[in-house]
Ligand binder design. Structure first.
Ligand code: ZN
Length: 445
């Protein structure tokens, strides 16, 4: 059974941690972007395109493929426009009348998508995968991979792609959607699901925030939306970056979180998961268009403003690139989280935590925390030490300099030589002098 590790050391470090429930593990954005687009689908062009999972059935003949392509396209177009205009009969008109379970699932998805409020929806058959014969649905039935491109009004600045496996069959000269789980055995289609696929949902809105919860958890949705809103000012003022909005997913179903989203070997309390969209017409490569925050089911009634401040910071910084060192990525997010904690009546606890880290951890520092060993047994120290470093940088050089440093490191390349050069450019000191200055600050604490 998966379980979120609420780390003992961190939880024990101060009453604030226990009380605010922020002392749970939070995941590096660099590790959080693993979705269907990159799981089992890398390609030689370096993007997140198809490959490892081999397209099935490359032998199916072109005539059938063309038929299904045109037939399925027409069905999908009608469904997309039905969702956008709120016409349930049109959404269901090409769904197998005999498959009542599929129709029920579809009806639920339709209702859920209407609740989210979409500004855009389209479907695209993923032609990187050959249609797979599904003889159990009749002589002319094929499962295809479909990219669903969803854009939530007021939240997403671009459509986000998610993957579906749909089976279409020709019945009496007409193509129908006859099933939606014939490809479910494929890893990327089974382990993770979008919130609208997980039963009836409820939503809570605030400007720039949309929280999705299971139906019946409206009160928690409203609480999360309030907490999210309380996290936003400090995220904006520190990152100095504006986002259209952010989607927060806080479902009870474990499939709302990809099992790949781990931190140091255990599931994260929440992740800023990257949103992908096709980068070319063939959809063989994908680009990052933003992030959404997914809260671990076990944490959904406890998550609050500090966790959101941390994850929203990751989401805000993500578009800058993913090459920044993890100490900076996590140190920066923890810095924002702790600023909010200090503003929320915990200044004394934060100050004492800072002093303890300066006294106990910084003297042992030899190099800046290394990406490869950041997570793992030393998780908690890594976060705390990284926070101290960023805290020191902001105090010494100012927020603007730290943000400029972040932006340039995030662009990469992430070689030690380039990182050293970028440090010197923005701070006028290299790693060794920076460590020495931190230790000096530690001595004074
Ligand atoms: Zn983090």
């Amino acid at each position: 059974m998966v379980q979120v590790t609420t780390d003992g050391e961190r939880a024990g470090r101060g009453p604030r941690r226990r009380w605010m429930i922020a002392g749970v593990t939070v995941l590096a954005v660099t590790a959080a972007g693993v979705t269907w687009a990159v799981v089992g689908r890398g390609n030689s062009s370096g993007g997140s395109g198809p490959s490892a999972a081999t397209p099935s059935h490359t032998v199916s003949g072109p005539p059938a493929e063309e038929g299904i392509q045109a037939g399925a396209d027409a069905v999908l177009k009608a469904r997309a426009s039905a969702v956008l205009t709120g016409k349930l009969p049109q959404y269901l008109q090409n769904v197998d009348p005999a498959n009542s379970q599929l129709r029920q699932r579809d009806q639920q998805v339709f209702a859920n998508l209407r609740k989210l409020g979409l500004s855009g929806l389209s479907y695209r058959i993923d032609t990187n995968w050959a249609p797979e014969v599904q003889a159990q649905h009749g002589p002319n039935a094929f499962a295809v991979r479909v990219l669903m491109l969803v854009q939530i009004a007021g939240i997403d600045s671009a459509p986000r792609a998610t993957s579906l496996g749909y089976t279409f069959a020709e019945r009496g000269g007409r193509w129908l959607l006859v099933d939606d789980d014939d490809l479910a055995a494929e890893a990327d289609l089974s382990a993770y699901r979008e919130p609208w696929d997980l039963g009836a949902v409820d939503v809570a809105r605030r400007p720039g925030v949309l929280v999705v919860v299971p139906a019946g958890e409206h009160r928690n949705g409203e609480r999360l939306a309030r907490e999210a809103q309380l996290a936003m000012p400090v995220v904006r003022s520190t990152t100095r970056r504006i986002q259209a909005g952010i989607l927060v997913v806080a479902m009870a179903d474990r499939r709302s979180m990809d099992p790949e989203w781990q931190s140091g070997g255990h599931p994260a309390a929440a992740v800023a998961a990257r949103n992908f969209a096709p980068a070319n017409p063939e959809a063989s490569e994908f680009k990052v268009t933003g992030s959404r925050v997914v809260v671990h089911p076990d944490q959904r009634t406890k998550a609050g403003r500090l966790l959101f401040a941390h994850e929203f910071t990751h989401a805000a910084m993500e578009p800058l690139g993913d090459r920044a060192p993890i100490w900076l990525v996590e140190g920066f997010a923890t810095y924002v989280e702790n600023r909010l904690a200090a503003q929320s009546g915990y200044r004394r606890e934060i100050d004492s935590e800072r002093r303890a880290l300066l006294r106990e951890k910084i003297p042992a520092l030899v190099v800046l925390p290394i990406d490869g060993v950041f997570h793992g047994d030393y998780d908690e120290d890594s976060y705390g030490v990284s926070w101290i470093i960023v805290d020191h940088l902001v105090t010494t050089y100012g927020q603007a300099a730290v943000n400029a440093l972040y932006a340039e490191l995030a662009r990469g390349p992430d070689t030690p030589a380039v990182r050293e050069q970028v440090l010197r450019k923005h701070l006028k000191v290299g790693e060794t002098a920076l460590i020495a200055a931190l230790k000096k600050a530690g001595g004074a604490a």
